[in-house]
Ligand binder design. Structure first.
Ligand code: AMP
Length: 489
């Protein structure tokens, strides 16, 4: 952390994280429920995880680097972390600054008592807020953007914790779904645009919150509803639920990339089945850019639902031409380019019996740097494919995300520097096509993208950011980024 730098980065050159959050109040063994819930959210962050519980007297925190199953393995979790209220977090931050001190939920003793916070999203003015707080004497324990909220709550002059919390959130810009705990209960909220997801459910007498509904399936909870964009739901220790709308009713802009890639296909996101949307993207893709071929082959697992849709719409047989090893994690989640290259090979193998001599259409959800697609195309050619066509179930990813989905800086995004023809040449495909932005919107149930007032945050594709990006604007003014963003709304 360089405090002499007025643009004090929060986490080296990496401000972004991918995360999942879970919370429960009123359960007998809250820690075990939370560990199970986090396990179902593991795809949202594989680097570190943590759980904080409260037993009516004390808060107990346990955090570790690694998967949920290894950090919270076996034994009597409840003995170590008693309590009927808990919240948890899974995290993936890209490279540096990934130490234990940044693992959430963060916890602080405020004047009002203990306060824990688990955050999914990214605060786009965190560095500038942090600079002001540090100048006023705040001492930060972590390099996470989330800690800014704790300091804002701690220094707010409003009388109640809820008012102080809302006061803090009014100063924050960007994306946040939060699960906070105080001795009085749980507060769950979603930013005014609802960029990141958050859902509420019931498990017996307990109320549960999760980034995705799939966690409720796994723990046997009943889905109640999504937390609305801008809504703040409070559940006290008696189980009384109250809903607040401190930000009025701005038009929601949930993240469309949750539907494309990030969420699990068995989740329901803002009323839409993620699987059904992905399959429909494949249908739209086939309508827009069908090609004569012998087999439709998904890039496992992310291209699977779209490939099913593409095959059904085009009438081309669906085949498993690439077999995935399930013992390798997400290839994207590797800090270095070299490690990513090696991992693509370990993770995927060509099914020669299907591929040899065939004209194939590969379907994947997205191209980011182009590492995966290039390797897969090469693998198909090595296995004897006669023609290799590539179809992508999202528009070109040409802009970084500043709201909690990790994308590299713009200069590393293939689509930021190349047109489709150049990308096809780069990945050595016979043809390449992306679903159009309107096709993607049709798949999520809209008629098209309302260009005057888009229904989703699609900044990674359109470059139109729905919030101001204070930190980025400051960094850009100081030429710290190599390729500027397109437009800032
Ligand atoms: P790349 O090899 O850099 O082009 O990455 C593309 C692959 O990474 C795609 O096959 C996606 O399934 C996956 N992917 C895309 N976006 C993300 C993300 N934000 N986090 C993790 N994986 C991603």
């Amino acid at each position: 952390m360089n405090f002499t730098n007025p643009f004090c980065d929060l986490d080296g050159d990496k401000l972004r994280e991918e995360c999942g959050i879970f919370g429960v109040i009123g359960a007998e063994h809250a820690v075990a429920v939370t560990a199970l819930g986090l396990h179902a959210l593991q795809h949202r962050g594989q680097e570190a995880c943590g759980i904080v519980t409260y037993d009516g007297k004390e808060f107990y925190a346990q955090r570790g680097i690694g998967h949920v199953a290894s950090v919270f393995e076996g034994g009597d979790l409840h003995h170590v972390q008693p309590g009927s209220m808990a919240s948890g977090h899974v995290r993936y931050s890209t490279t540096g600054g990934a130490g234990l001190r940044n693992v959430q939920p963060l916890f602080a003793d405020l004047a009002s008592g203990g306060f824990s916070i688990a955050h999914n999203g990214n605060i786009s003015n965190a560095a500038s807020l942090k600079r002001e707080l540090v100048q006023r004497g705040a001492i930060f324990q972590s390099t996470s953007d989330t800690e800014v909220i704790i300091h804002l709550v701690a220094t707010s002059r409003y009388p109640t914790l809820l008012d102080r919390f809302v006061d803090a959130l009014r100063m924050v810009e960007g994306a946040y779904s939060l699960i906070c705990m105080t001795p009085d209960g749980i507060i769950a909220c979603r930013d005014p645009l609802g960029i990141r997801p958050l859902v509420m459910g019931r498990l017996g007498d307990a109320i549960v919150f999760s980034s995705e509904s799939v966690a409720f399936d796994v723990i046997g909870a009943e889905f109640i509803r999504s937390i609305e964009p801008g809504e703040l739901v409070q559940v006290d220790q008696q189980g009384t639920i109250s809903s607040h709308r401190p930000f009025g009713n701005p038009k929601p802009r949930p993240c469309i990339f949750e539907h494309v890639y990030f969420s699990r296909p068995d989740s329901v996101m803002d009323g839409r089945s993620v699987y059904a949307v992905r399959k429909q993207i494949g249908v739209e893709l086939a309508k827009e850019s069908v090609v004569a071929a012998d087999a439709v082959i998904p890039v496992p697992d992310s291209g699977m639902p779209a490939a099913i849709g593409y095959a059904q719409q085009s009438g081309i047989p669906f085949e498993l031409g690439i077999i995935r090893s399930h013992y390798v994690g997400r290839t994207f989640i590797q800090p270095s380019e070299g490690a990513r290259h090696a991992d693509v090979k370990r993770k995927h193998n060509a099914n020669r019996a299907i591929v040899e001599g065939k004209r194939i259409v590969l379907i994947d959800d997205s191209i980011v740097r182009g590492t995966t697609s290039k390797k897969i195309v090469e693998m198909m050619r090595d296995a004897g494919a006669a023609e290799v066509h590539f179809r992508v179930a999202s528009p070109p990813t040409s802009n970084s995300c500043f709201y909690g989905v990790d994308t590299p800086e713009r200069s590393k995004l293939l689509a930021a520097t190349m047109d489709t023809a150049a990308m096809a040449e780069f990945i050595k495909a016979d043809s390449l096509a992306f679903v159009s932005i309107d096709g993607l919107y049709r798949a999520v149930g809209e008629q098209n993208r309302n260009n005057k007032s888009p229904q989703f945050c699609d900044a990674c594709f359109s470059g139109e950011y729905p919030t101001s990006l204070t930190d980025l604007a400051e960094r850009e003014r100081h030429d710290l980024l190599t390729l500027p963003i397109n437009k800032v709304a």
